[in-house]
Design a protein around this ligand. Structure first.
Ligand code: FEO
Length: 402
């Protein structure tokens, strides 16, 4: 337990050992499931819960922060189970608790806890809840990052509880941003978190930021990672979110980003990729056209970011065991499924026997609703000089189609 301000107490749980979140996020710095108690003169509210696996520890933190008192409200800003998993235990420990949340979250919560009789108070955008000498205001913030998300604002202390927004999968015992011992690691985790969680929802990020513009902010208490303070990284993080949420939409047409992602066992696919690249450059000399070998790529999240920020992209459909190879699938696992729809793309590469990688990747690109250029640049075994010339012509045709 840690007191963050006059009436705000940290009641979260640290999980420094987590290495994967939601199956697809690598979390080398662990995480924290942040929860907070706001103690007003007439009532106490908890903001955000914890992962079900840590329910016991969460209840201990809570009992310590409240000094034996019972909480009156649980504010559910978002129902993903890393925050809602411990609610069933919480309700058993405090049967008088009222859950305060929005209508969408209430619907999800009923299915997560499997109870039709949850003690709910539904709040609309802008509603307030009095805790006596403290007031909570609720600001709906859909798709940051689920349809259910809302922010909670403690008016008298200019403190924002934005759930995942401004968060990071990063864990240090100091809790505050001013106590972070490894700033570069935190900065990397903060960016990666934004890319994975919020990059698919950039228009909603901008709306969320706009909603906060008029609010004084002294403290931001996210549901993961360090608490952001005025003397620490509060202003910096807001500014970064503004920059990151604008960057992707402001690409100049003459500077198209067209990455080519490939793997190669014997160099054939790389040679084809180089010819395709040359063809694209011949048509679009100002474009940023670069080949990336995923086999030796130490930073897959950076590759996924390049994919998501591209204007168009190409994939090498190398085939092993009747399928495209794992690095290509891993790349696509990080595709921004919301915004990659209609993105122009193309397939190229060498194959040996039957080349199923092409069809399998094409099917996946279709599911992502990408705009796949046809025909595909498919070369059997080693590309001849004629085939390399054809690959260059393929690159030119693809560039002309953009
Ligand atoms: Fe931290 Fe979207 O849950």
């Amino acid at each position: 337990m840690r007191q963050l301000s006059e009436r705000v107490f940290y009641t979260g749980v640290l999980n420094p050992n987590m290495r994967v979140f939601d199956v697809i996020m690598r979390t080398e710095y662990g995480t924290s499931y942040n929860s907070y108690a706001v103690r007003g003169s007439a009532a106490t509210a908890l903001v955000d819960g914890a992962h079900g696996r840590f329910a016991g520890q969460f209840l201990e933190e809570l009992a310590q922060a409240l000094g034996g008192a019972e909480p009156d409200y649980l504010i559910v800003n978002h129902t993903e189970p890393d925050h809602s998993g411990a609610i069933a235990e919480l309700l058993r420990a405090y049967p008088g608790l009222t859950i305060v949340t929005n209508a969408v979250a209430a619907k999800y919560l009923a299915q997560i806890i499997n109870r039709a009789d949850l003690p709910l108070r539904i709040v609309k955008d802008g509603d307030t809840l009095s805790l006596g000498d403290r007031t909570l205001r609720f600001l709906h913030a859909p798709f940051l990052h689920w349809p259910d998300t809302m922010f909670t604002y403690l008016e008298e202390e200019a403190t924002l509880f934005p759930c995942d927004f401004f968060g990071s999968h990063y864990c240090e015992p100091g809790i505050l941003d001013t106590a972070v011992a490894y700033p570069a690691a935190y900065e990397s985790a903060r960016r990666y978190y934004f890319d994975c969680i919020f990059a698919p929802f950039l228009p909603f990020v901008r709306k969320g930021l706009a909603k906060l513009e008029a609010l004084p902010l002294r403290l931001i208490c996210p549901s993961h990672g360090p608490v952001l303070t005025e003397t620490g990284r509060l202003a910096e993080t807001i500014q970064l979110y503004q920059t990151w949420s604008e960057a992707v939409d402001l690409q100049a047409p003459q500077a198209k980003k067209i990455p080519l992602f490939y793997c190669t066992a014997y160099g054939n696919t790389r040679r084809i990729g180089e010819a395709v690249r040359d063809g694209i450059r011949a048509v679009l000399p100002a474009a940023d056209v670069e080949l990336f070998d995923l086999t030796f790529c130490p930073d897959m999240p950076a590759m996924q970011r390049r994919l998501n920020e591209s204007d168009a992209f190409l994939l090498a459909a190398l085939t092993i065991n009747r399928d495209a190879v794992p690095p290509l699938w891993e790349l696509l696992a990080g595709a921004d499924a919301v915004n990659i729809a209609k993105r122009p793309c193309a397939l190229f590469g060498s194959y040996g026997w039957s080349g199923e990688g092409f069809a399998n990747l094409a099917q996946r690109l279709g599911m992502l609703k990408c705009k796949l250029f046809e025909p595909r640049c498919k070369v059997n075994f080693v590309p001849s000089e004629d085939e390399l010339a054809a690959a260059k012509a393929f690159g030119e045709a693809f560039a002309q189609s953009l």
